[in-house]
Structures are given as structure tokens and as C-alpha cells.
Design a binder for this molecule. Structure first.
Ligand SMILES: C[S@@+](CC[C@H](N)C(=O)[O-])C[C@H]1O[C@@H](n2cnc3c(N)ncnc32)[C@H](O)[C@@H]1O
Length: 336
């Protein structure tokens, strides 16, 4: 099996002369733009859209959701008149409809990429963890299609609750943990972090901490496979985009702002509920990282980087794509 020896250079090279030239020139929206959402007075949620509901409402702090390129449907300005909104924790109101809005689409892409990685890099695993597992679709897939024992880790109790209801496979154990303090019940052969999970860590030191904890929970020879959005967000023109997402029981809008100067994506999710419930708003923030930064932090955490792909085409990228798929390995011989 060939290892890419000078991996820092590979990731470094990707960052050079690519992102900067393509980024939008304007500074994007500020994170304080929640007040910019105004809701129409008419109740436009269809009766047959009403949810059977699985929303949690206990508080959770944190941030983030991927939005780039994920949203389907028509663009819609969310309203005309000024109705106050209720601020809720990230992934709280979203959890019950996450799969329909974003999760299934993400799962299909992730599964395709993962199967390529397994074939190409000969990844073997009996025990795995999917961190930032959300509603557990991928964790469940690892158990059902690969026969693995899987730890599905997330910090959102709402997402975990939905996951635990939908995936009742005894091989999958849901754990509420923060990536930065990851402590699995046993070491695993594979850790995955899909759909921008690592971008939810907003500082390089948090990302470093997460990488260290992932390395600590991997067996020697174990793999870490993840995607990460980079600062090459050419697709983010115009600076602010609004999408309507598919959802049940509400009208759901996603507004994405990209601040190229700070490398931050701010994603506002607006839930417009049937009356009399007031609309609710979640703010998610993600940081885009350069390939060089990611490479350095992985190497500092003791990983070897085996490969880097454009997460969409799955080819080895020539420039810096908006989203990278990274295959890293903890050095050492597997004990099996
Ligand atoms: C965009 S969602 C991705 C969910 C899932 N991986 C998928 O592919 O659909 C990001 C997930 O990461 C979780 N998350 C964000 N920061 C986290 C952290 N520091 N520790 C654990 N989970 C985190 C969120 O709660 C959310 O469920």
C-alpha cells in the first residue's frame, strides 16, 4: 500500500493560488443578522405538511450546519411583515426534519464517497465511530452494511434522540459527547466525520483538540475519513443565499452567508410553523479551513495523510475544491 509521504506539501499545494482569487470580493453578512428575518403574516404551511413531530426542546449550545450546495427547491424570501422570531438551539427544531431537509441527500453523497475510499485505500474495520453523527443514518449504514459495531457520537440531544428512534440496531450505540473531549468505550478501527462536522469547530485549536481525541480513540493502523469545507467557496456567490428546504410540519428556509475575510459561514435556519406557534430561528456557524491548516493539524496529531479528494468529483484535486474528502491513518500495525 502506498502512503503519501509529504502530505503537508500536498495539502499546502492545494491551498496555493486557488481560493483567494475566486472568493467573492465583498465581506459577507455579519453573524448578527437574525433580526433580518421577517415572517409573512399568512400561515403558508400546508395541512398535509404537518409533522408527527419528534422535536426536542431542551437547550443546547453550539453551532453549525452545512448548507453549501445542499439545499434544493425554490429560493424564497421569507417574508414581508415583521413578526418576532424565537431563537432556539442549533439542531433542536431542525432535528425532526433534518433527514428530509438535508440528511438523506448528504447520506447518499457520503456513502458513495466512503465506498470509494474503502476500495481504494483498503480500509478494514470491525469497530467504528461516526462523530457528528446527526440522526445516525451513516452510523446505521456502517452497522447494517458492514457489520460493524458503531458508536454514533453527537453533542446535540435532539439529533441523537431522532437517531435513536430511527436506528434501533443493537450494534449502534448513541453517545452524547463533544468531539473535543471524545472518549469512546473502546478504541475503534475507523472514525468518520461527515458533512461539515469538523467545520463546526470554529478555531484551529478546537480542531486540533478534536483531531487529537480522534487519534487517541483509534487503534494503531485505524483510519479517519472526513470531509471539510475549504475557503474556496466560489459557489457562495452571491454572498447571501436563501433556499427553501423540504420539510414536514413547517415551511423551512435556510439562509447562508459567507464571510470570506473571516472564513465563516453563517447559516440561519428559519422554521415557519402553523399558527399559533411563532416562527423559530437557529443560527449555525461554520469555519472554513485551508487544506494546509488541516494538513498541519493532522500531522501534529500524529496522523499520516493517505489521500485527499475533491468531495464532489472524488478525483484527486488539482486546485482547492470547496469541499475536501480526507483519508488519514494513525500509524502502526493493526493488532488483528
Ligand atoms: C451538518 S450536521 C452532519 C450530520 C451527519 N454527519 C450527516 O452527515 O448528516 C453536523 C453535526 O455535527 C454535530 N456537532 C457539531 N459540533 C460538534 C461537536 N463539537 N461535537 C459533537 N458533535 C458536533 C451537530 O450536532 C450535527 O449533528
Amino acid at each position: 500500500m502506498t502512503y503519501i509521504a509529504d502530505t503537508a506539501n500536498i495539502l499546502d499545494g492545494l491551498g496555493r493560488g486557488t481560493a483567494r482569487g475566486r472568493m467573492p470580493g465583498r465581506t459577507g453578512s455579519r453573524l448578527s443578522h437574525l433580526s433580518e428575518w421577517y415572517i409573512r403574516d399568512e400561515d403558508d404551511v400546508d395541512e398535509d405538511d404537518r409533522d408527527d413531530g419528534n422535536d426536542g426542546d431542551d437547550g443546547q449550545t453550539g453551532s453549525g450546519i452545512n448548507g453549501v450546495g445542499a439545499a434544493g427547491g425554490a429560493s424564497a424570501a421569507p417574508g414581508l411583515s415583521r413578526t418576532p422570531t424565537r431563537r432556539v438551539a442549533p439542531y433542536s427544531d431542525l432535528a425532526a426534519t433534518y433527514d428530509r431537509a438535508l440528511g438523506i441527500r448528504s447520506f447518499v453523497r457520503t456513502k458513495r464517497a466512503f465506498e470509494l475510499v474503502v476500495r481504494r485505500y483498503g480500509v478494514c474495520f470491525g469497530a467504528a465511530a461516526d462523530v457528528g453523527c446527526g440522526t445516525g443514518l451513516f452510523a446505521c449504514y456502517l452497522a447494517r452494511c458492514w457489520g460493524a459495531r458503531v458508536f454514533a457520537v453527537d453533542r446535540s440531544p435532539h439529533m441523537l434522540r431522532v437517531g435513536a428512534c430511527r436506528c434501533r440496531d443493537p450494534r449502534v450505540q448513541f453517545l452524547r459527547q463533544d468531539l473535543r473531549g471524545l472518549q469512546l468505550p473502546q478504541a475503534v478501527d475507523l472514525v468518520t466525520a461527515n458533512f461539515d462536522t469538523v467545520n463546526h469547530l470554529l478555531t484551529a485549536s478546537d480542531l486540533a483538540l478534536a483531531f487529537q481525541r480522534i487519534a487517541a480513540n483509534l487503534r494503531p493502523g485505524g483510519h479517519f475519513v472526513f470531509d471539510v469545507i475549504t475557503r474556496a467557496q466560489a459557489a457562495m456567490r452571491p454572498v447571501v443565499q436563501v433556499h427553501r428546504l423540504p420539510a414536514r410540519g413547517r415551511a423551512l428556509f435556510q439562509r447562508i452567508g459567507w464571510d470570506p475575510r473571516r472564513g465563516l459561514l453563517s447559516i440561519v435556519i428559519l422554521h415557519r410553523w402553523p399558527r399559533p406557534s411563532p416562527p423559530s430561528v437557529e443560527l449555525h456557524v461554520e469555519r472554513a479551513y485551508s487544506p494546509a491548516q488541516v494538513g498541519r493539524l493532522l500531522l501534529d496529531s500524529g496522523f499520516v495523510i493517505r489521500g485527499v479528494h475533491d468531495a464532489v468529483s472524488l478525483r484527486v484535486p488539482e486546485g482547492c475544491p470547496p469541499r475536501l474528502l480526507v483519508v488519514a491513518r494513525k500509524p502502526g500495525r493493526p493488532d488483528r
